[in-house]
Design a protein around this ligand. Structure first.
Ligand code: FAD
Length: 490
């Protein structure tokens, strides 16, 4: 079949590889002059930064694409496991190294906070339990096909519901089992991995620590951009055509079937269409005449982010690749993000420094800082004002905790805010992860990987099932392509 893909985000590229491997002729249309969407890079004055995602988990989903393509990954993509997943800093002087090895991390927590080692070990075991009980059904399959529900795995998961913490918030689960406020904050933070609030998201999201400590946090050689570059190279080697600087204006629908795409007056017919554009804009912009699933499209969007890419003139040996400087009042920070739709003046700051692994990412003696805070999605706030204040607050906070004035060390700066994220990737309201998981039904309320009304139209990417983040986007491509392959059977 001839298949058209709208968008060369990571899910669009992954879908193209799987479809080409299945023998289809594939063309990917991308609005930007570069591929990768959020997974791209920024360069300035001798510094290089990964533009969006910085944490690489579940590398086997990337490896699987090379396997599907029948090609070796050697020399094309490499990664290594991080010995320390993240360094955590608090205003009261506490610092924790989150060792990848759970036992080592538990020993560190015991030494620094006096918390029993078994408390930490149990928390990770619980995370693993939740992952094993749910992943095969809720992440790897379409939730919108009857066949998914008629399996043993589902039956098994149903029996495990009481231990899945679906009816309590992440925060209440973490508070009752961890008690120490530093640890509660550290484990609550995992809600932000899909743009949610730990004070609203169900305790089931405590599955996420297993991704980092059980399966591992990894560093791709050359930076996150290598995920995009290597998969783009793989797709091209399989004959996938990429048409950059081509923003699709419309999906042509005839007799309730998607039959092609249109750019201005130009149009091309396809047998199937895979849409990697945010599903909200896909309905509103590309399918304006079709009935949209309004309830699905109205789901609360995930948080967004404000990022300062700073070229620093000095090195900070006390920092690692991933560093977090926690807010003194996490609950109030999330109330600002979710209720007041603004940024708290003591924000949690995440700093990513790839220069720790890639000496070429900064000039000699310097470091490339990607300093990010969570923000609400864009509802028309005065972002220029927010950026100005947040910049000051971040600089003061980090300088205070490190005991070193960072302001004079910033030699160049680039800023990414929710408005720009939406502009560059067509993500509705600049949300990083599609819809948030701030309610317990969120998993079921994401848009399926296919259209119920329009035959031959499929959806992939962070705005649809199973959700945002690189691993889930890669899974969305796998599910959609499997559905295309099973068409005759449905
Ligand atoms: P997107 O990256 O959203 O790209 C969609 C593409 O489609 C874009 O290139 C766009 O130009 C194109 N497009 C849209 N409409 C059209 C059209 N009409 N015609 C042609 N082309 C079109 N994930 C992690 O796993 N780890 C992290 O640490 C992490 N951190 C993040 C930090 C930030 C700042 C951001 C922004 C995201 C982060 N994420 C992280 C989330 C992750 O980046 C996304 O979930 C993922 O990259 C989304 O991929 P996607 O396939 O949905 O497409």
């Amino acid at each position: 079949m001839e298949i058209g893909i709208i968008g060369a985000g990571i899910a669009g590229i992954a879908a193209s590889i799987r479809l080409a491997a299945a023998g289809h002729e594939v063309t990917v249309f991308e609005a930007n002059e570069y591929v990768g969407g959020k997974l791209s890079e920024v360069r300035m004055q001798g510094y290089r930064f990964d533009a969006g995602p910085s944490l690489f988990t579940m590398p086997h989903f990337v490896e699987e694409l090379f396997e599907v393509a029948g090609q070796s990954m050697e020399g094309k993509f490499a990664y290594e496991r991080l010995p320390i997943v993240c360094k955590y800093f608090w205003e009261d002087g506490v610092q924790l190294n989150a060792h990848a090895d759970v036992f080592k991390f538990a020993a560190e927590v015991h030494e620094k906070l006096g918390v029993k080692e078994k408390t930490i070990i149990r928390a990770y075991a619980d995370s693993r339990y939740k992952y094993r009980a749910t992943a095969s059904t809720f992440l790897h399959k379409s939730l919108h096909k009857r066949s998914t529900w008629l399996t043993r795995d589902v039956l098994k998961a149903l029996f495990k519901i009481p231990r899945l913490d679906i009816f309590r918030t992440m925060n209440s689960v973490n508070k009752s089992r961890l008690k120490d406020p530093h640890l509660v904050q550290l484990f609550n933070r995992y809600a932000t991995y899909n743009g949610s609030s730990p004070y609203k998201a169900p305790g089931l999201l405590n599955i996420i620590p297993h991704f980092e400590h059980g399966i591992g946090a990894f560093y791709p050689k050359g930076g996150m951009i290598e995920i995009t570059k290597s998969l783009f190279g793989l797709a091209k080697s399989m004959g996938v055509h990429f048409q950059l600087k081509t923003k699709i204006d419309e999906i042509i629908v005839s007799k309730k079937k998607a039959t092609g795409v249109k750019v201005g007056e130009w149009q091309h017919n396809f047998d199937r269409i895979v849409c990697n554009m945010d599903v909200f804009h896909a309905y509103k912009k590309l399918l304006p005449k079709e009935k949209a699933p309004e309830r699905t499209l109205r789901q609360t969007k995930s948080t967004s982010a404000l990022i300062f890419y700073w070229g620093m003139t000095e090195k900070f040996p006390e920092l690692d690749v991933h560093n977090i400087f926690f807010s003194d009042n996490y609950e109030l920070e999330f109330e600002h993000l979710t209720e007041r739709k603004t940024v708290y003046d003591d924000p949690t700051v995440y700093i990513n420094i790839t220069q720790k692994y890639e000496s070429g990412d900064a000039p000699e003696g310097g470091e490339n800082w990607f300093a990010m805070i969570n923000t609400p999605h864009n509802v028309g706030q005065d972002w220029d004002d927010i950026i100005k204040e947040a910049r000051e607050n971040i600089i003061e906070k980090v300088s205070r905790i490190l005991g070193r004035d960072i302001r004079p060390l910033i030699v160049c700066e680039h800023i990414l805010d929710p408005r720009l994220i939406e502009e560059k990737t067509s993500s509705h309201l600049g949300a990083l992860y599609g819809t948030s998981s701030d309610n317990r039904m969120a998993a079921f309320l994401r848009h399926p990987n296919f259209s119920r009304q329009i035959k031959g139209l499929y959806f992939v990417g962070g705005s649809v099932h199973p959700g945002g983040g690189i691993p889930l986007c890669l899974l969305s491509a796998k599910i959609a392509v499997e559905l295309i392959g099973q068409e005759g059977e449905q």
